[in-house]
Design a protein around this ligand. Sequence first.
Ligand SMILES: C[S@@+](CC[C@H](N)C(=O)[O-])C[C@H]1O[C@@H](n2cnc3c(N)ncnc32)[C@H](O)[C@@H]1O
Length: 190
Amino acid sequence: MLEVLILILGGCYFKDESTTLDEAEEASHELYCERAQIKDGQTVLDVGCGQGGLLLHIAQKYKNCHVTGITNSNAQKNYIVMQAEKLQLSNVDVISADVTKFETEKTFDRIFVIEAIEHMKNIKLFLKKLSSWMEEDGLLFVDHICNKTFNYHFEALDEDDWYSGFILPKGCVTILSASALLYFQVKLIK
Ligand SMILES: C[S@@+](CC[C@H](N)C(=O)[O-])C[C@H]1O[C@@H](n2cnc3c(N)ncnc32)[C@H](O)[C@@H]1O
């Protein structure tokens, strides 16, 4: 049997206490697809695709979907390309680029941004860019860490704060409030 290790950096969905990590990862991908109303044949973009967990899940399950990932990490891109080859998937593309500088004429039926919007500092510009990459009836699915009320930059608690020293260096992510995206509804389909 072909063994493929896929690491999810976003959320997992544990249905109950007996759920394993693999099952939780699978359940999370299924939930993302259901809520984003993925259908076979669509073009899908995953912005900040990490190790490609969602991307590879969609490419395997929906063989006629073409999935494209963008990541600013060459290591992540190489890993995904390697996994796609192992799985013999020809419907996967990975672009190594800083999404804030990347431009394309292509449009997509579905765009996912899973725990990557936290890395953006200008949400208005970012969403404007994504809207230009969407088909007229396209859907954007954003999953982000949120504070109930406030937006804030993630800062170190003190100089010994291990988490901000090694995982999320201070200032590198912005935590949005639960309602933050509602302030940027410039283009809405009626
Ligand atoms: C917390 S990870 C989430 C990964 C993936 N969506 C998941 O849920 O497993 C954030 C991702 O955003 C990517 N990223 C951060 N800033 C970026 C940028 N400016 N351009 C492209 N990708 C970026 C990182 O390389 C990483 O893949």
